[in-house]
Each structure stands twice: as structure tokens, then as C-alpha cells.
Ligand binder design. Sequence first.
Ligand code: UDX
Length: 436
Amino acid sequence: MALKLSVVGCGYLGATHAACMSSLGFEVIGVDTDPEKIAMLSKGELPFYEPGLDTLLASEIKTGRLTFTTDFSAVADADVHFICVGTPQSKDGLAADLTYVKSAVQGIAPHLKKGSLVVGKSTVPVGTAQGLREQLAQSAPQADLAWNPEFLREGFAVEDTLTPNRLVVGVANDRAEEILKEVYKPIIDLGTPWIRADLPTSELVKVAANSFLATKISFINAMAEVCEAAGGDVTVLAKAIGYDPRIGNRFLQAGIGFGGGCLPKDIRAFMARAEELGAKQALEFLREIDAINLRARQRVIDVVRAELTDDLTSYKIAVLGAAFKPDSDDVRDSPALDIAAQLQAAGASVVVHDPKAIENARKRFPKLGFAANVQECVKDSDLILHLTEWREYRELDPNALAALVKKKIVIDGRNALDRDKWRSAGWKFHALGRSD
Ligand code: UDX
């Protein structure tokens, strides 16, 4: 008999996981407490933007294998339950807020059938899985718990779920591993590396990976600061060091730094947890990684002030990009939107454009100006800020834009625009980490 699956929490991670598991042929029930989200998903409509997931979701709903509900008791039939709820930064500190994870496990506990396996996918502080497993031993001794961290990137969610570069499972016994091997058989058969770990190591793998990625980005942004001071060019530096395979050229794009729903909160929660464990010193460097990252935003604002004046009240600034990265409508901890809001708070008139994220950006900062297209955004502006590297911005014609603006000044916060092309169209061009 084929295994039946449930997915608890149908946000970014859960909706993706549910649709992808259904596409592997499993019967999947998705559960979430948000009735609006469930209504949309049930119709095959995605509540956020993710390339390829919209069509996959719609086609899986049509097969009848994939259903969604707000009723937790609907998981009773399932053999494996994936916990995919959020673990945001808590309101009063750096630590992760585990409310949703705990209530998800409590919510399904009364409905778990004999021999079923609860599998956490959410990013949690090390030790959480062991604690939940002990709780479950009290409330639902017929079930077991494992951890299976998720490494999906927004913009590549389907690809990263169906063809991940590794599968990591944290298990306390062979049976849990066997069940997970059955679920992931089609992916394992592709040759995907399979890593069995204990519960704490599996939790640590996720935060270690994200800390490493954050460190790489902040490293190159620190080099950008030095390049600016010394008259160097960080884009050339990154290319040159990236040829060393031990370093590699990925995640060395200097600019306004990392944002999104994962890297910033994960490194903070990791620091908080290390401190609780008495290993504070080991992760002190992450404080610096965070500081370098936030400083990049300030550096852009400094260039704006240097180009215009300290008093920004009489200037119109056009901001290209609101999402935390291209191919996403996610504005959580978006460096682009933070810079836009800070400039507006400093008195500038700020108009933001983004191909996908305007609606989310408006919800977060309703007082910012928004434009439906680039032309309207830059019209009569004194300065253009390029803050999210969407392809359509790289393809802009600087000659055509020159006719629309008041002043031809552009700051490339992502080192993605063609500097020569903009300069030959008469623009004053600045980029982070490039002193020339
Ligand atoms: C990240 C991890 O990559 C993923 O494995 C994990 O599961 C969740 O967190 P995601 O948040 O989707 O994924 O974004 P990612 O592609 O890692 O980018 C994060 C941020 O870093 C973005 O704001 C991006 O603009 C920035 N970034 C990335 C840089 O500033 N420079 C780079 O070279 C790469």
C-alpha cells in the first residue's frame, strides 16, 4: 500500500512540498489554520509567486491526489506527516519563535495512527526535535518523530524539492529512516546523496548551511568596503578569487546584502541557541556577519546623500526592486525595501517599482510611492537606485530612460547593471564596492 502523506503548514515550504510529493504519486493532504490560504490552494491557486509551482499545483489538484483543509483531524489517514510551519524571529529577541511548530505537533497528535511518523522540515534551534519527540512519546506514543531539513531557495522551490543536491534525515532509529527512504525513493533513485544523521545534527546542518551562505555574502561585502576605501573593484576581485575551486564563484555577488525569510533570522536564532548551550563564543562571528550585512544598506544611503544632499526633502528617488531577491514576490527583511523606507523616512519622495512584489511591499509600507512600470517610476527622478536584480532591469535602455529623468544618476546596489552601457548614455554610475 502506498504511503499517504500530510503536510502541516501550507506556506512557502508546505505548499511546495505538498505539490511536489503529490507529483511523485502520493496522496497528500495539506493542513493550515488560515482559511483564505486553504481556499486558494484548494482551487489550485498559489497565494504567492513562485515560478513553476503555480502550474504544478493546478495540475496536481486536478489529479485528485492533492487536497487541502483547515481540519486537523483530516490527517488521521496519513502515515507520514511533514511539519512545514514557520519559525520567525521572536518579537522580543534573536531567538526563533517555536509557537507554530509546537501547536502543529499538538494539533495532529490526537489524530496520529499507529506506526505513523511525524517529520519536521521547519528550521528549528538544535534540541527542538528531541524535545518534541519526548512530548510525542507522552501524547501519542503510537507515533515517532524525525527531522528532515529543507534547503529550498525561493525562485527554485520546485527544482530544489524534486532534485535537491542532498537529502538529510535526522532519525532516532532504522524504521524512521526506512519510511523516509520509501517517501523519497524517486529522488534517491536519481542518485541524490542521502545523509542519515541523529536529530541534533540534522537540525544543525540547516543552520550551518545558511550561516555559511550568509558568511560568504558578508565576506564579499566586507571586501567591497575595503575596495571602496582602497580604490579597488570588488566585482573583479570576486571573479578572480572565485576561480579557486576551494572558494567557488557562487554567493560572491557584492551589493546590499542578504534578506528574506531565512538567512537573517536563521543566523540570529543560531547565535541565541549557541548562547543557551554555552557555546556563545563559537558563533560570535555571526554578529559581525549580521552587522556587515546591515551596513551595506547604510552605505547605499550614504552614496545617495553624497550625490544629492544630506537634506533629501526636495528629491524624488526611483527605486527599482522591492523583493529580497529576483524571481520572488517576498519582501520579508528585504534590503531593497528597507533602503526605500529609510530614504522616505529621511524626507525623500520615494517611488518603488517591482515586477512581482508591489502588492506585498505596499502592505508592509503603505506610505511609500509605487509605480506600475519603470517609466512611471523614474519619471522626473533625481536618482535611480537599482536594488533587486530582476532581468528586466538589466535589459533597460539607459538612453531611453535618460529622457525621462531630472538627473542622470544611478546607483547599482546589486552590481548587475552594465556600467559601460549606462555611462556611455551619459549617466553618472555608482556601484557598491567599485570605487571607479
Ligand atoms: C536561502 C538558502 O539559500 C536556502 O538553501 C534555504 O533553504 C533558505 O534560505 P533564499 O532565502 O530563497 O534561500 O535566498 P538565497 O538565494 O539564499 O538568497 C538570500 C539573500 O542573499 C537574497 O537577499 C540575495 O539577494 C542575497 N545574495 C545572494 C547576495 O546578496 N549575494 C549573493 O551572492 C547571493
